[in-house]
Design a protein around this ligand. Structure first.
Ligand code: SF4
Ligand code: MG
Length: 316
């Protein structure tokens, strides 16, 4: 998150709401996710002018319009390149990417992988509803083999991507999962993701009542053998934190623990932080190489009035 001191201590979630008409379907889980992002920013007292929100294409992609902050509605699958550019241009901003499952893990899959490797200090919130909802509900990469929503003509014949596993493999240093209709807890998870120094993924189970009749509010509220389908990791004695970042064995063990949790047999789904590792960010490495960045972000450096005479003479 931004290292700047907030301008005021009275920032409210409502301060991040834009006056653009919202055309999401009634009952869509996306409402809860945007509210959670706004609540998280208010909780952290980050003023709107220190926040940049980038969203991709899809229903989730409209988020940039619904936020009162610097915002950018980018190309399909290009949330991560845009987030990267924004953060590199001004590392003092709190930069948040928002996209859908098709945008993040399908069309933008390669960029998602590279984003984890860099460990920029950014947050990526993915609204995961198993379908390409904006284009009438085709199967997305997160729908499981054999599943068929009312918008699909046939059941999926491909295995699903597991976003938690993917993020762990790519190097994201904060990996979490939330539920769109538990806005309060989701906002706490997103606040932790923003506070984390490094690349953070929050995969959000998001209901799409228009096209996904499998993973509904009722499904997520269901019970398995007398236990709620959704439960909180932080209430089950689970510790996601790597306590010694120099200990490769502990890192491997914590990743393995998260890997197992993300594939819990029986169908129960854990919510919360699966994995957290505190190590230097991409910006930290850049600052070590480019001392000017230690004083100011790139956007504020006077790059155009440098005396390059010495460089030119070297070339002659
Ligand atoms: Fe939400 Fe689904 Fe409607 Fe898109 S199609 S706005 S994801 S309910
Ligand atoms: Mg989707």
């Amino acid at each position: 998150m931004s290292t700047l001191t907030p301008d005021t201590s009275t920032i409210q979630a409502a301060d991040f709401k834009s006056d653009i008409h919202n055309d999401w379907c009634p009952g869509c889980g996306d409402f809860g996710v945007v509210s959670a992002v706004q609540m998280a920013l208010a909780k952290l007292q980050v003023p709107p002018h220190r926040v940049a929100v980038i969203s991709g294409i899809g229903c989730a992609g409209k988020t940039a319009h619904y936020m009162n902050a610097y915002s950018f509605h980018t190309l399909h699958g290009r949330v991560m390149p845009s987030v990267t550019a924004m953060k590199l241009a001004n590392h003092d901003l709190t930069v948040i990417g928002v996209g859908g499952d098709g945008d993040a893990y399908g069309i933008g899959g390669g960029h998602f992988v590279a984003g984890g490797r860099r460990n920029l200090d950014i947050t990526y919130v993915v609204m995961n509803n198993d379908v390409y909802a904006l284009t009438k509900g085709q199967a997305s990469p997160t729908i499981a083999k054999g599943q068929k929503t009312k918008s699909m003509s046939e059941a999926s014949i491909m295995d699903a991507i597991n976003p938690i596993l993917l993020a762990l493999a790519c190097g994201y240093t904060f990996v979490a999962r939330g539920y769109a209709l538990d806005t309060k807890y989701l906002s706490e998870i997103i606040a932790q993701a923003i506070q984390h120094r490094g690349s953070a993924l929050v995969d959000v189970l998001q209901t799409c009542p228009t096209y996904n009749d499998l993973h509904t509010k009722g499904f997520y509220a269901g019970q398995i053998e007398g236990q709620p389908r959704l439960y909180r990791l932080d209430q089950s004695g689970y510790d996601p934190v790597v306590h010694n970042p120099d200990d490769a064995v502990e890192i491997a063990q914590k990743k393995a623990q998260a890997l197992l949790k993300s594939q819990e047999p029986g169908g129960r789904i854990p919510l919360g932080v699966y994995y957290k590792l505190d190590v230097p960010t991409y910006e930290d490495h850049l600052k070590a190489k480019i001392p000017g960045l230690q004083q100011k972000p790139l956007a504020e450096l006077d790059l155009y009035h440098r005396d390059i005479t010495a460089n030119l003479q070297e070339l002659m």
